[in-house]
Design a protein around this ligand. Structure first.
Ligand SMILES: Cc1cc2nc3c(=O)[nH]c(=O)nc-3n(C[C@H](O)[C@H](O)[C@H](O)COP(=O)(O)OP(=O)(O)OC[C@H]3O[C@@H](n4cnc5c(N)ncnc54)[C@H](O)[C@@H]3O)c2cc1C
Length: 301
């Protein structure tokens, strides 16, 4: 076998979540199963021999995994919802502009037509854009084990390292839930610095803010960082700072410094570590200003 050949595998294309659970339960202990979503990351890694599943479970026929459902308390996005479907959803763009900013910057049209929200989060690429938005929005992940029992995981604890998450080998991510806080006014933004359109981020910053409708005080802040270290980072110190005192340029300087200090990017073809840390300062300022404006606030000069 040549190095660019994909090893043989058994292929299954179930049409329901129940069928997936049944399939998983019947696998032998040493079967190496992989879920196929958009294939945008899985297939390239198979082609270079980094992953060689013996069983491929194609999720593309499962309609239950492809829905966007909104109610008063949360937005639910099925794991097999494609990026392009997220962009087409007026509800998502209106409620959470940071998701729209982010998804519209992922890859090119082909990638957005195939790639899925579940695949992006499960793949756990520290350079993946969507995970940062989900971190800033405090998303919950619904995971169904092979026994058919579902649990909800907090995204802030989900990423364990590069391409490593709390998902077990037979856990299916079924849905992402984003809480809706209708008591407060929301504003959010995702800003990405890239070498060329469609490239992965040199740095990316997602900012989500919630403010009191009357006083304007920021009551909650979420900040997720792309390409900032060995996993998607949550800038908890900077989040706390943002809610600690009234908005001033001084406070924003403190927040951008805190964000840059929290990052540990690696030097690579996209830039060296010091350059990237500086860019986190610049890009987080842009993301914050946009989120502040979208939350209907102004920073006194
Ligand atoms: C040319 C190109 C440019 C790109 N540019 C960007 C970019 O700018 N920004 C960016 O963020 N990404 C980029 N990507 C990556 C893209 O976003 C991928 O689509 C995404 O990372 C994986 O989504 P997928 O649906 O294709 O998943 P797949 O490739 O099918 O799967 C990825 C992994 O997740 C697992 N998986 C998938 N679905 C589930 C599930 N429901 N439950 C459990 N495990 C699951 C699979 O088994 C596999 O291990 C790019 C990709 C390409 C090819």
């Amino acid at each position: 076998m040549g190095s660019s050949e994909i090893s043989d595998f058994e292929y299954f294309a179930p049409s329901s979540i129940l069928e997936v659970s049944k399939l998983l339960r019947n696998l032998t202990r040493n079967a190496n199963a992989k879920f196929l979503a958009g294939g945008m990351s899985l297939l390239p890694t198979m082609k270079v021999g980094l992953v060689s599943p013996s069983i491929m479970i194609d999720l593309n026929r499962i309609k239950e995994l492809k829905q966007i459902v909104l109610n008063k308390t949360r937005l639910r996005i099925g794991a097999m919802t494609r990026y392009s479907e997220v962009l087409e959803s007026k509800q998502v763009g209106k409620l959470f502009p940071e998701i729209y900013d982010c998804v519209s910057e992922i890859g090119d049209m082909q990638v957005r037509n195939r790639g899925t929200v579940g695949g992006a989060v499960a793949h756990a690429d520290p350079s993946g854009d969507l995970s940062s938005c989900m971190v800033s929005l405090g998303a919950k992940l619904v995971v169904r084990g092979a026994k058919g029992v579902s649990k909800e995981l907090d995204i802030s604890k989900f990423f364990q390292g590069p391409f490593t998450t709390l998902l077990g080998p037979r856990d299916l991510l079924t849905e992402i839930r984003i809480p809706i806080d209708s008591k407060h006014m929301h504003g959010g933004a995702y800003v990405k610095l890239e070498r060329t359109a469609g490239d992965f981020a040199i740095v990316g910053v997602a900012v989500s803010l919630w403010r009191d409708k009357k006083s304007g005080k920021i009551v909650r802040a979420g900040i997720g960082l792309t390409s900032a270290g060995d996993r998607t980072l949550k800038a908890t110190d900077a989040e706390k700072l943002l809610t600690s005192s009234p908005l001033t340029t001084g406070l924003l300087d403190g927040v951008t410094n805190s964000i840059a200090a929290a990052t540990d990017p690696s030097s690579d073809v996209r830039g060296d570590k010091e350059y990237k840390k500086e860019m986190f300062r610049v890009i987080s300022e842009r993301a914050m200003n946009l989120a502040i404006e979208r939350a209907g606030l102004r920073v006194p000069r």
